[in-house]
Design a protein around this ligand. Structure first.
Ligand code: BMA
Length: 759
């Protein structure tokens, strides 16, 4: 078979050089003569980050330890140059395009001394044709503007906001107001779980693509389900032809996760010089659908397009394809102004069990495929079927979405806009143009992934005050994708960020009042275990908690308030254990409530799965990948089949009645016939009461299957174990400790936080 002519020359690696220069008077004026003024060069790595290279070179200390991040803020007061030499020879008919998939944040790119372009935005790829500039040895220079050059003063604050800014929740997200003028990972400016680490670097892949005279810039594949149940692929190719030419496009469709005879389609085309879009339709015989893992198999196809010119392959591209539809169905009993919140995949309503995903590293250049793989396997093992890629974070790297496709994990993707409280994102033409360009690039990068099912404009800002931005995003999504729902901002029109517990310090039982149609955020902070704490908190600050705790985001008032209930919490071990119990128990109360309301509430997303640096945060899994207690508990109660008890949380006494509704929830698409539900009461001496019932469980359901009423025997501590037996197999277990409950009463701020959740 003839060799394909696309050659991809990766420019990734550790053979780059990095040097810095002071910002000077006019930092936005690039001048390659700056390079001559650089006294000291360091070895550098792409993908990466300026701080990482300086760390490896021993110039700065690990900013993730203690308060050391403060010592390297000077890094932002420099412009940085990345340099690389590489050989490349082209055959006579060949063309070459330099592709930088993500440069953070404002950059100038030079090849062999020629300025290729100046670029703003960390998400859009930079693609430059470099055919005529290449030599046997090439010299690539990338200049990155120092973060301090982008600083902006804080706008004057009204009295109401000044009060709120003194509060811990709001201050961290507005430390650098310039973030609202940029389309850059918002969290990097500091958040209530992330440090101020204003990243600079080439954070995603860099490569040169060599093709023949026709270069394929992009391929967009849209599965279309026809009324006669046949499936077609509508394929758009963006082709760049050097000259006017006849050509042939050859498509090959194969099963990637299953065996199927490859199917080929040929199309004769006539290309004009320059960039053009061409549309094709390909039939898919005997279609195999893509499903989230709990509903079926996440089967994938591979589609390859080759463009042949004069009998030779000029260029080729491959994309993975998953056949699925996504629509949103209304929730029963929802208010008339609510959005429909039930994710409906391939016509089937799917209850969402998942979490919020934040960047895996505050230095995102460091994230590798292995990091994503390790964390996403933990997601899958925790029985989660969705991640919300939160708007304070990133468009992740391609590997993240490839793995979600393979594992059958749904992705709710937000655009990188978050928490505009006192001021707002601008409505100027310049800013809207930037927002459109960056969001278009995000959609183009992700739209072929079947796992991505939902676009959302961002996190926590008023939709009314952001009409121009939201209209821009909605238009981009329609024009560039058009196959997925778009929701303006979370929370709005029915989803909740339920912070009455934690920020409002309400008792955990308050979760049971949440009437959200979709619970997109709820959670509690808990410190990681001692082993992890010792990796980033200096020994003398470990206990009592020193300054480094606050610097790594511990909110001590609230931690102590919840730990006190699940204590004793008067030494490090006790405090960690009590806080982790509070977090786990709180999430259990919330999730079981949401699941019992199945489809009146259509899903639950825990805040937050992971964390970008070692922190005392809401994460289930700490920075070092060590799961907290809550991870294990959430995994148990996210079992697609769950028996759940609803009972009043209170101090029980021997001789009193314990009375609970027994709920059975089945998120699987199949019925479970001949199941046995067993509920047992354990006291100090073993099982003292037992309740059992044989049931057939309908598919995709939540129902009350019985009621237990027991007089509590002698003792002071009772546990209840509930399980579902299917034949001889125990398919689901749930545990309750009746002594674990939160007796406190609601503080006054509860009303405020309940209002926040709904607005
Ligand atoms: C939410 C998020 C984040 C924040 C978290 C914890 O509302 O969207 O902005 O980090 O609460 O306070």
């Amino acid at each position: 078979m003839e060799e394909l002519s696309r050659r991809v020359i990766s420019l990734n690696g550790d053979d780059w050089k990095l040097g810095g220069v002071p910002l000077g008077d006019n930092p936005r004026q690039a001048d390659p003569r700056e390079i001559g003024a650089i006294g000291q060069w360091h070895q550098a790595t792409v993908p990466g980050n300026v701080r990482l290279d300086l760390l490896r070179a021993g110039v700065i200390d690990d900013p993730f330890y203690g308060l050391r991040n403060q010592d390297s803020q000077w890094v932002d007061a420099r412009n940085w140059w990345y340099l690389k030499d590489f050989p490349l020879e082209l055959a006579p008919d060949e063309r070459a395009h330099l592709v930088l998939h993500g440069v953070d944040y404002i950059s100038w790119v030079y090849l062999n001394g020629h300025l290729l372009g100046q670029h703003e935005g960390m998400f859009s790829p930079q693609i430059y044709e470099v055919t005529s500039l290449l030599q046997a040895q090439n010299h690539l220079d990338v200049r990155i503007l120092g973060s301090d050059a982008l600083r902006a003063p804080r706008p004057p604050l009204g009295e109401r906001w000044r009060l709120w800014f003194d509060q811990r929740f709001f201050a961290p997200v507005m430390r650098h107001p310039e973030r609202l003028h940029m389309v850059k990972c918002p969290m990097s400016f500091g958040w209530d779980f992330a440090p101020v680490m204003r990243t600079m670097g080439i954070w995603d892949d860099a490569e040169v693509i060599v093709s023949g005279p026709v270069f394929i810039r992009a391929m967009f594949v849209r599965p279309v389900f026809r009324a006669d149940r046949k499936v077609e692929l509508h394929v758009s190719l963006t082709l760049d032809a050097a000259t006017e030419t006849p050509a042939e496009v050859l498509f090959t469709l194969e099963g990637l996760t299953f065996k199927r005879q490859p199917r080929t389609d040929r199309h004769a085309v006539h290309l004009s010089p320059g960039v053009q879009r061409m549309d094709f339709t390909i039939k898919v015989p005997y279609p195999r659908l893509w499903w989230p893992w709990d509903q079926g198999r996440p089967d994938l196809y591979s589609l390859t397009a080759e463009v042949h010119v004069s009998g030779r392959v000029s260029d080729s591209i491959s994309e993975r394809v998953g056949l699925r539809t996504v629509t949103m169905s209304p929730n029963p009993e929802a208010p008339p102004d609510a959005a429909p919140w039930t994710f409906t995949i391939n016509g089937r309503e799917v209850f969402i069990r998942g979490a919020n995903w934040v960047p895996v590293d505050s230095l995102p250049g460091r994230a590798t495929v292995d990091d994503y793989r390790e964390l996403l396997h933990l997601v899958r093992q925790a029985n989660m079927n969705m991640l919300r890629v939160w708007g304070g974070g990133l468009r992740e790297k391609r590997a993240f979405y490839d793995l979600c496709d393979e594992l059958g994990i749904l992705v709710w993707q937000e655009f990188p806009f978050a928490c505009a409280f006192a001021s707002q994102y601008p409505a100027t033409e310049d800013f809207l143009r930037l927002a459109a360009a960056e969001s278009r690039a995000i959609v183009e990068t992700l739209r072929n992934h079947p796992s991505v099912v939902f676009w959302c404009g961002g996190n926590e800002f008023a939709p009314r005050r952001h009409r121009p931005l939201l209209d821009t995003l909605a238009r981009v999504v329609t024009e560039t994708d058009g196959t997925r729902p778009f929701h303006p901002v979370s929370p709005s029109a029915g989803d909740s960020h339920f912070w009455t517990v934690w920020h409002g310090q309400a008792p955990l039982s308050e979760y049971e009042r949440d009437q959200a149609l979709f619970a997109s955020e709820f959670g509690l902070q808990a410190p990681p275990g001692g082993e992890s704490l010792r990796e980033f908190i200096p020994p003398r600050q470990l206990w009592p908690p020193g300054e480094a705790w606050a610097y790594h985001h511990a909110d001590m008032d609230k931690l102590l308030r919840y730990a006190a209930v699940f204590g004793p919490a008067d030494d490090l071990e006790g405090f960690v254990a009590a806080s982790q119990r509070a977090q786990a128990w709180g999430l259990k109360v919330a999730i079981e409530h949401y699941r019992r309301r199945k489809f009146r509430c259509s899903g639950a997303l825990v805040w937050q799965f992971n964390e970008p640096w070692p922190a005392i945060s809401w994460s289930l899994v700490d920075y070092y990948r060590r799961p907290k207690l809550a991870y294990e508990v959430v995994k148990q109660i996210y079992n697609p089949v769950l028996v759940s008890l609803a009972y009043p949380p209170r101090q029980y006494q021997a001789g009193e009645n314990f009375s609970a509704e027994v709920w059975l929830i089945n998120d699987l698409p199949d019925p479970l016939l001949d199941c046995r539900i067993e509920v047992e009461l354990h006291d100090q001496s073993g099982v003292s009461r037992r309740w059992a019932r044989d049931v057939d469980v309908p598919p995709n359901s939540a129902q009350v299957v019985g009621h237990v009423v027991w007089t509590l025997p002698e003792g002071a501590r009772w546990r209840v174990q509930a399980c579902v037996m299917h034949g001889r197999r125990k398919i689901s277990v749930n545990n309750y400790d009746l002594s674990l409950y939160d007796p406190s009463t609601s503080p006054r701020s509860v009303r405020f936080w309940t209002w926040v959740a709904r607005s």
